[in-house]
Design a protein around this ligand. Structure first.
Ligand code: IZC
Ligand code: ZN
Length: 412
């Protein structure tokens, strides 16, 4: 017998539509169905009705959930995290309060390199268990699909250990995981002043091994002052592309050194951060259809300005919002907080924001055909919010408004 679940008495069911990234005016196009009901069969959405109507077969379902007139949206899609890491970096805060910047700390051998030392020391099990708990927390906050980057190993053994942890999480945790190889995250101590040689190691040895073990779908690089320059980033991404990986770039997070232009030139699926982006970078991204993966909680934590989201929407760049969860520049995994900042700081509308945390990140991590909207035939990942509408979700911050999270048709 088929496993069926009916969610009835939905006050507003709000969702973008389609399996493609939404840009320009489409960024803010959501459908809103009032007094809706949604029927799920074996983890897949079968039918959605509105205005008090019930789907066919609603009388014979195995389980019924009463949404009590609340808001229902697709499960949130977290498009950018550094989920797997050893240690924490709370010791950096006193330095920051005295005026040290993110790059000052990194140049002094701390920052990412501190996390690399802790990650290399950690066993596979320690990393796996710690990340498993993070995923539980994320799911309780409404996230049902999550991207995770490597990049705290910075050698063959430890990069592979991190990616294998993500693979094991995909197999054992209800969260759907998407894995990104980010060996080019920093220059490890043993390659100090030899960034080119480190890029060669990644291109010639580590990327081919990642492909051989099928451990990642995407590659990402930290294109930044004092980290990897444009030429090094390009070489790394060309190798990644040749080995079948989709391309992402951490671009213009702190200094505008040409990362977003490179993202456009190379046809990257997304460029990340973009706090310091200028018109040229935006033009390149718009031309290539590269998604802007914006990380407002990082701007908040680093005390930086906020990426020009409104200008990006105006220029037809698809905008996604993610948490950037990591120990150094965003120790929060709460995507609801990023939603609040999207509203208050990016000045995006609630409809644009919903698109930015569902279908747009889903497309930017290669899952747009399966998740990111509520439509018949898509995977039944959704959230019943303790809120009557998206406005409330965008406005209240600091509380968890996810009331019930449904993953592949099951309550989690
Ligand atoms: O650990 O600092 N920006 N990578 C690029 C990060 C932030 C994560 C970190
Ligand atoms: Zn990042």
């Amino acid at each position: 017998m088929k496993n069926t679940l009916l969610i009835k008495n939905i006050g507003i069911l709000q969702t973008p539509v389609g399996s493609y990234s939404h840009k320009g005016e489409k960024q803010g196009e959501n459908i809103k169905m009032k007094d809706a009901a949604l029927l799920i069969e074996d983890g897949i959405i079968k039918e959605i009705c509105e205005n008090g109507k019930l789907p066919k077969g609603a009388e014979e379902v195995t389980t019924i959930i009463d949404a009590e007139g609340k808001l229902v949206t697709p499960g949130l899609v977290e498009g950018h995290t550094h989920l797997v890491f050893g240690g924490y970096r709370q010791n950096e805060i006193p330095l920051k309060l005295k005026g040290a910047t993110y790059l000052d700390i990194l140049r002094a051998g701390g920052g990412i390199l501190d996390t690399v030392r802790h990650t290399r020391q950690a066993s596979f099990e320690e990393l796996y268990n710690k990340s498993f708990d993070f995923l539980d927390e994320m799911m309780a906050l409404g996230v049902t699909t999550c991207e995770a980057k490597s990049g705290y190993g910075l050698d063959m053994e430890n990069e592979i250990k991190m990616l294998q942890a993500v693979k094991a999480l995909e197999e054992n945790h209800p969260m759907d995981m998407v894995s990104t190889f980010m060996g080019a995250h920093a220059i490890p101590d043993e390659y100090k002043d030899k960034a080119d040689a480190f890029i060669d190691l990644l291109c010639e040895e580590v990327i081919p091994e990642v492909e051989r073990q099928q451990l990642a779908e995407f590659a990402d690089v930290f294109c930044e002052d004092s980290v990897f320059n444009v030429a090094q980033s390009k070489k790394y991404l060309e190798s990644a592309k040749a080995h079948g990986l989709g391309l992402k770039i951490h671009a213009d997070e702190i200094e505008e050194i040409g990362g977003s232009e490179l993202a456009g030139e190379m046809g990257a699926i997304s460029a990340e951060h973009l706090i310091a982006i200028g018109e040229k970078g935006m033009a390149a991204m718009a031309k290539a259809g590269t998604t802007a993966m914006l990380l407002p909680a990082t701007s908040f934590y680093l005390g930086k300005t906020f990426a020009p989201a409104r200008r990006m929407i105006e220029l037809n760049i698809p905008v996604a919002i993610a948490s950037d969860f990591n120990p150094g520049s965003c120790p929060s995994l709460n995507l609801q907080f990023a939603i609040n900042l999207g509203y208050l700081r990016y000045k995006m509308t609630p409809e644009e924001i919903l698109t930015a945390v569902t279908i747009n990140p889903a497309c930017a991590i290669g899952r747009g055909d399966k998740v990111g909207t509520l439509e018949a035939g898509k995977q039944a990942d959704l959230v019943i919010w303790d809120a009557p509408n998206m406005e409330m979700l965008c406005y209240r911050f600091g509380s968890n408004l996810a009331m019930q999270v449904i993953k592949k048709g099951s309550l989690v």
